[in-house]
Design a protein around this ligand. Sequence first.
Ligand code: FAD
Length: 472
Amino acid sequence: PIHLVWFRNDLRIHDNLALAAACRNSKARVLALFIATPGQWRLHNMAPRQAWFIQQHVDMLQASLAAKGIPLRVLAAHDFAACAGVIKTYCADNDVDALFYNYQYELNERRRDAAVEKALGDKVLCQGFDDSVLLAPGSITTGNHAMYKVFTPFSKAFLHRLREETPMRLPAPQARESGAVKAPAHCRFDYPQQEVDAQLFPVGEMAALYRLRQFCRHAAKDYLAQRDFPALNGTSLLSAYLTVGVLSPRQCLHGLLAEHPGALEGDSGAVWLNQLIWREFYRHLLTYNPALCCHRSFIDWTEKVKWRNNAKALRAWQEGYTGYPIIDAAMRQLNATGWMHNRLRMVAASFLVKDLLIDWREGERYFISRLVDGDLAANNGGWQWSASTGTDASPWFRIFNPTTQGLRFDAQGDFIRYWVPELNVVPGKAVHEPWRWAEKNGYRLDYPRPIVEHKQARAAALAAYQAARKNK
Ligand code: FAD
C-alpha cells in the first residue's frame, strides 16, 4: 500500500502520531507532503519570521525524512480552499491508498480538512490524530459533558487524567526497507520571510530537544521564582517550537518528568506543567467555541465596549514610543526578535486595551503579524484574558498600572535600558518615570512623554466597560 503523510504544524519526525501510524506497516511505501498556502497565510497575518521558521524546518524535515526513505514534496496552493484539489491530484498521480494527518483545531483549518476528506471520497482512507495536545479536545469535560469555562477546575481534571493515563512519546520511525531516497528539490515559499535570531530560537528538532532537556534539568526548578522577570530569561523559550510542531507537548511532559518525577502530583516542576495546561485549555476552548476564531469576544456584553479609533496612539504602541518605558521595551523586543516575555505580553496588552481603549483585536492582529510563536488559540486566549472579554479572564475593573508593573518586574530597569537605549542615562529606578528625572535634572531626553496619563485613562476605561455592562 501507499501511505501519504500530510505535514502541517507538526514539522518533526520524533513523536509524530500521523507519521508513526503511516510507517507502522513496514511493507507500505510512505510519501510525505507539505503545502505552502501563501494567500491564506496573508489572510491570517502570519509573521514573516514564522514563515522563515517554518521554511527552515520544512527543509530540514525533507532531509531527515529522505534519510528514512520518505520523500517529502513541497507544493503550493493559493489558500486552504485550493488544498483539496492539490491533494486529490497528488493522490491520484501517486496511487495513494491512505492519508495520515494531525488535526489542527482552528476553524479554517478544520473546514479545509473536511473539504479534503470529501474530495478524496472513499478512494483514499483518511486518518486524523490528536497530536498537538496532551489530551484531545473533548476528553476533559465537566460532569455535564460541557467544556470547562474556568481554568483551575479544568487543570485539576486534566492532571487527574494525566496521572491515570500519561500519553506516551513515540520514537522517530525506522528507515524504510527500501533505503534512503534523494531529498526532492527545495521549494521556497512565495511569502515574505525574515530570519529568526539563532540565539533565540536555533533551528532544528535536535536544538529544540536539547533546549528542553537543559531547561528541565537546570531551570524548571527556579521557574516559579524567575518566570516573571523579563531580564532573567527564566522561561523555557520553547513556544516557537511548540507552535510549528518541531516539539510536541508529550516530549515536554516526559522531558519534565525525567527530571521532576513528582510534577504530576504538584511537586517541583508542577508550575511549568501548569503553563503547558494553559496551552491545552485555550486549544480545547477554541475547538468548542469556533466563534473565537472569528474575532468574537467570549463574553457577549464586552462586544458593546466603545473602543477608540486612534491610529496615532496605536502606532506609538506598535513601535514602542508610548512614553511608558516597560511598554516600549516590550514592544521593541517583539519587533526586534519576534518574541515577547509572557509578563510583558500581559502588560502591553492591558495597556493597549485599558489605557488606550483600543479594540483588543487590533493588538491580537499586531502580535500575530510579528510573533514567531504566533498561535491563534494562545494569542486569542491571552488577548481576551487581558481585555477581560474572555472566559476566566482578568476582571474588567482590574487595570495594570504600567509604571508599577515596570517597578515590580524590572526594578532596576535592566530590561528597559537594553531595549530603550535612549534611557541609558537615567539611573536606577528613575528609569520608570524618565520625564520626572529629566525635569529635575534639566535634561532633554530623546524619548516621548507618556501619550496618556494613566489615572485618567484608567477612569475612562472603567467608564467604558461600565457603560457596556449596563446595556448588556
Ligand atoms: P514558558 O513560560 O516556558 O511556558 C512553556 C510553554 O507553555 C510555552 O512555550 C507555551 O507553549 C505554553 N504557555 C505558557 N504560557 C501560556 C499561556 N498563557 N497561554 C498559552 N500557552 C502558554 N503563546 C504562544 O505560544 N503563542 C502566542 O501567540 C501567544 N500570544 C500571547 C498573547 C498574549 C496577549 C499573552 C498574554 C500571552 C500569549 N502567549 C502566547 C502565551 C505566553 O506568553 C507564551 O507562550 C510564552 O511567553 C512563551 O515563552 P516560553 O516558551 O518561554 O514559555
